[in-house]
Design a protein around this ligand. Structure first.
Ligand SMILES: Cc1cc2nc3c(=O)[nH]c(=O)nc-3n(C[C@H](O)[C@H](O)[C@H](O)COP(=O)(O)OP(=O)(O)OC[C@H]3O[C@@H](n4cnc5c(N)ncnc54)[C@H](O)[C@@H]3O)c2cc1C
Length: 386
């Protein structure tokens, strides 16, 4: 039996961040992932400055390893309609490629890595977990994304009876002709809201790569809206392609829709496994990183008492940061679902620069008022969350 202080299932941003912090606390940590890294993840690959800060990313070093596209604005509008440009004096977001980003974070986390190793089972015996009949650990952390097997182990209704965001995306290198002819800005992201404002499409240029996708609050309308987006991108010469690469789909939960447990005896869930994404924007990387940092704080505070009661400070920290879990059944991607006249008003509003800048971007998508959680600066206390 291979013993460790903590075993984390999933080596995405949540898993690697949690691992790094626990290693810093002096724990012997194993990260288990079924994938071979670098591996891809269905994602637009857009991160906010708070992520950079919380991860203590050295951007110059990162840029030597992979694509890093600073974004200084957005072109926004309703799908098929005119676009409004919102510019900022500095970078307000960054485009990264998940294959590179996740690999970079995992390599630097300092944990023992068990890759290409699917989680098979975990049995609880005398205050310990026996995982895959190979590892013995007092602490099991589920960071396996939306379909995390540890979330299932804790009884989460994964994939059934959950109101998840659904999104489809493709990322591909531009050939010379496309790079020359594409009208997609190199430094601004494009956000195209669906007619009913219950989702949005995007087109993001990251160095020589393009990422195109669309997400909605339900699968209804997803295919049709995606086709409209692609036709529009072609007809406006943004992405003049004859044939699109394959699109991949994935689902994940917004924080206010998740009923997944955060804590059980000897166990915590972080990131998509817990259902942490921002309900307005669908941003999932920042909440994954932040929940992982908070989980590590709770583990430190538990001082080896990993019963659910000992780990309960994680729930308090998460609720202090993200608000009480409310379990709203309402769809909330983009703008809240509203009666027809209010949607018409909403469509008009998302064509006006002040509303786009101050509400849609600054408040919903960039959350500019929210300071980053910084592990080394003593800000991981509820009174410092803003
Ligand atoms: C189309 C789309 C676009 C998105 N765009 C953005 C965006 O631009 N910005 C943003 O902030 N968020 C975005 N998100 C959300 C974001 O991708 C997720 O919230 C984020 O990846 C969550 O990170 P995580 O570490 O919790 O899980 P993941 O990144 O999903 O990592 C989970 C890991 O667990 C491993 N795993 C799973 N099952 C097992 C198993 N049985 N055994 C072993 N290992 C396992 C997987 O291989 C994976 O490496 C998007 C999501 C989608 C679907």
């Amino acid at each position: 039996m291979d013993r460790c202080d903590a075993l984390i299932v999933g080596g995405g941003p949540a898993g690697s961040t949690c691992a790094r912090e626990l290693v810093r606390q002096g724990l012997d940590v194993v990260v288990l992932d079924q994938a071979r890294f670098p591996r891809d993840k269905t994602c637009a690959g857009w991160i906010t400055p708070q992520v950079v800060e919380s991860l203590q990313l050295d951007l110059a070093d990162y840029a030597r390893h992979g694509t890093l596209q600073p974004l200084t604005g957005f072109d926004c509008g309703v799908l098929g309609g005119p676009l409004t440009t919102v510019r900022y004096p500095d970078a307000v977001s960054f485009g990264i490629r998940r294959s590179e980003f996740d690999h970079y974070l995992l390599q630097r986390c300092g944990a023992r890595l068990a890759l290409e190793t699917p989680f098979a089972n975990a049995v609880r015996q005398a205050g310990q977990w026996i995982v895959n009949e190979h590892w013995q650990t007092p602490l099991l952390i589920g960071a396996g994304g939306h379909f995390c097997p540890v979330a299932k182990l804790l009884g989460a209704d994964v994939g059934r009876g959950e109101q998840a965001f659904v999104a489809r995306e493709t990322e591909f290198p531009m050939d010379r002709a496309l790079a020359l002819n594409s009208r997609v800005s190199a430094t601004r992201g494009e956000l195209l809201f669906c007619d009913d404002l219950a989702g949005y499409g995007w087109c993001l240029r990251k160095g020589n790569y393009l990422n195109v996708g669309l997400g909605r609050d339900t699968t209804t309308g997803l295919g049709d809206d995606l086709q409209r987006l692609l036709r529009w991108l072609v007809s406006t010469q943004r992405v003049p392609l004859q044939q699109w690469p394959r699109f991949r789909g994935h689902a994940y939960l917004a924080y206010n829709r998740s009923r997944r447990p955060l804590v059980a005896d000897g166990c915590l869930l972080v990131g998509d496994a817990a259902g942490m994404a921002c309900e307005r924007s669908g941003e999932g990387i920042r909440p994954a990183v932040e929940s992982a940092l908070l989980a590590a704080v709770a583990v430190g505070e538990a001082r080896g008492d990993y019963r659910a009661t000992g780990l309960a400070s994680y729930i308090a920290l998460v609720e202090a940061r993200f608000g009480p879990r409310q379990h709203h059944p309402l769809p909330t991607v983009g703008l809240p679902r509203t009666p027809r006249w209010r949607r018409a008003a909403g469509r008009w509003l998302v064509s006006t620069e002040p509303f786009l800048r101050h509400v849609v971007l600054d408040r919903f998508f960039l959350q500019r008022a929210a300071s980053a959680l910084h592990p080394a600066a003593g800000t991981l206390k509820p009174e410092n969350f803003s």
